[in-house]
Design a protein around this ligand. Structure first.
Ligand SMILES: Cc1cc2nc3c(=O)[nH]c(=O)nc-3n(C[C@H](O)[C@H](O)[C@H](O)COP(=O)(O)O)c2cc1C
Length: 318
């Protein structure tokens, strides 16, 4: 997610879950090919498994960007066919590519020929007046023939002319049944579902019908919910980390970080959302770093919280 799932967020999340697949923010192929690729693509091995999400409509640029990502060590290349922002529409990519299934198929086919890592597509169930199940099915069928390894489907249409990007994430109704039906009709394809999914109980429910589940906003607003993923979804028997362990594990990372401390800390500010003292903790950090060493601020911040809750591996607040 743009501005959200940067490398600091991903490092933080990896302290909560080892097995989930993490995605970068969308990076345009153009920016990678013609810009500062080293900075744009940088990630640390701790973030793996990690998929890079590319935006663009030019097969040559996308192939070059995908190849660079593979060399960098990314585990998957994902093509964005779901973003509704006007800027992206002007570039003729993102969600409006759903209106051009043949072009998406051509891109996927060329990507498959260029890289060995999986090539996946994230898209909507439809756009504008092409919002029927039959349109979705035709799109997926065309792109599948090009060799797409997995489809990640946001179960809402996007109305590109009438709704803002934010409205396009909440106004069109969720149609999970269309995604389930797709899996029934194309059992050999890998189909992941996305949109409005809140926690691991809901993830488990969707997994009865599809192959995978992507969490967006809930993973950002309630990061600790991901702490349950390894045990509940991936059957990892290791104990769930406590919130105290997670915060303490971020201390060396924060200490090594040379930029503005909020670049790291902003992703953690909601970590105690809904818990007693959660707001005080947030305030302690944002005010403390104005005039104190951020490492000490984070270290001492835990004292403003209920000590028992800090060590509880799970709990009523999720
Ligand atoms: C701030 C923000 C940035 C986003 N950026 C991207 C993006 O770069 N690529 C993408 O595929 N989806 C992006 N999305 C959409 C989410 O990935 C997801 O499809 C959408 O929010 C619905 O899922 P959710 O209800 O779990 O959040 C973004 C969403 C938000 C809120």
């Amino acid at each position: 997610m743009m501005e959200w799932t940067d490398r600091h967020y991903r490092t933080f999340i990896r302290l909560l879950t080892r097995h989930t697949l993490l995605y970068t923010e969308m990076i345009t192929a153009n920016a990678l090919v013609h810009g500062d690729a080293d900075t744009l693509m940088a990630f640390s091995p701790i973030e793996k498994p990690i998929a890079i999400q590319l935006g663009g409509d030019n097969p040559q640029d996308l192939c070059q960007a995908a190849h660079m990502a593979q060399e960098e060590g990314y585990d998957e290349v994902n093509l964005n066919v779901g973003c509704p922002s006007p800027k992206v529409q002007n570039g003729r990519f993102g969600a409006c590519l759903m209106l051009e299934p043949d072009l998406v198929a051509e891109i996927v086919s060329q990507l498959k020929a260029r890289v060995q890592i999986p090539v996946t597509v994230k898209h909507r169930i439809g756009v504008n007046d092409r919002g029927d199940y039959q349109d979705l099915s035709a799109f997926v069928s065309t792109v599948a023939q090009a060799g797409c390894d997995r489809f990640i489907i946001h179960a809402r249409i996007a109305l590109l002319k009438t709704l803002s990007p934010k409205e396009n994430r909440s106004v069109p109704p969720l149609r999970y049944d269309d995604v389930y039906r797709l899996k029934t009709e194309y059992p050999d394809l890998l189909i992941d579902i996305n949109g409005g999914i809140q926690n691991m109980d809901e993830v488990r429910y969707h997994l009865e019908y599809v192959d995978g589940v992507m969490l967006g906003r809930a993973a950002y607003a309630h990061p600790y919910r991901l702490a349950h993923a390894d045990a509940m979804i991936f059957r990892d028997p290791r104990p769930i980390p406590s919130r105290r362990q997670v915060v303490e594990s971020m201390l060396p990372y924060l200490q090594a970080h040379t930029g503005h401390p909020l670049a790291v800390l902003r992703h953690m500010l909601g970590f105690f959302r809904g818990m007693p003292g959660g707001r005080r903790w947030r305030q302690y950090i944002t005010e403390g770093i104005q005039n104190k060493d951020p490492f000490l601020v984070l270290k001492e911040s835990l004292s403003v919280l209920d000590q028992d809750l800090l060590d509880e591996p799970c709990g009523e607040y999720e």
